[in-house]
Design a protein around this ligand. Structure first.
Ligand code: RP5
Length: 164
């Protein structure tokens, strides 16, 4: 059996980002979207970053999800080297609670967009969903899976709170 080529690249600045970024992977698993994961640090592995960003499109990647914390330059630098949509996930930090990550990622200069999500796991989850929704624009079967996922989410919300 041939392996499906990854449509989404999930990259992160450090192994320590994975507990957050795995929420994006979990959504893509649930929606059967093929993805790859890689540690790419803007500061510690700059050559790996250049190689990744410059080769992603030709390797078939269609959307990049980039998570980083602190001086979080990974999403922006990636976006500077590829025209693929880049979704940035600010990692929650122990020192500044992820405000540092958020500001580093969100405040891009006009002309180099990064779609910035919420700090932490909710942001990673929504990055996975957004990536799937972007791909679903040209994939009817995936669009149906996204619709089912959203219907399940809606059905899971109780109308009244349970008393404890
Ligand atoms: C960033 O520095 C990473 O994205 C990570 O969030 C943060 C801390 O990295 P470690 O010191 O845990 O490797 O580049």
């Amino acid at each position: 059996m041939t392996e499906r080529r990854a449509d989404v690249g999930i990259i992160m600045g450090s192994q320590s980002d994975w507990p957050t970024m795995k929420a994006a992977a979990a959504i893509l698993d649930a929606l059967a979207v093929p993805y790859e994961t890689k540690i790419v640090s803007a500061h510690r592995t700059p050559d790996r970053l250049v190689d990744y960003a410059r080769s992603a499109a030709e390797r078939g990647i269609k959307v990049i999800i980039a998570g980083a914390g602190g001086a979080a330059h990974l999403p922006g630098m990636t976006a500077s080297m590829t025209a693929l949509p880049v979704l940035g996930v600010p990692i929650k930090t122990s020192t500044l609670s992820g405000i540092d990550s958020l500001y580093s990622i969100v405040q891009m200069p006009g002309g180099v967009p990064v779609g910035t999500l919420a700090i932490g796991e909710a942001g990673a989850t929504n990055a996975g969903l957004l990536a799937a929704q972007i791909l679903a624009l040209s994939d009817a079967a995936l669009a149906a899976r996204v619709a089912d996922w959203r219907a399940d989410q809606t059905a899971s919300v109780a109308e009244v709170p349970k008393s404890e």
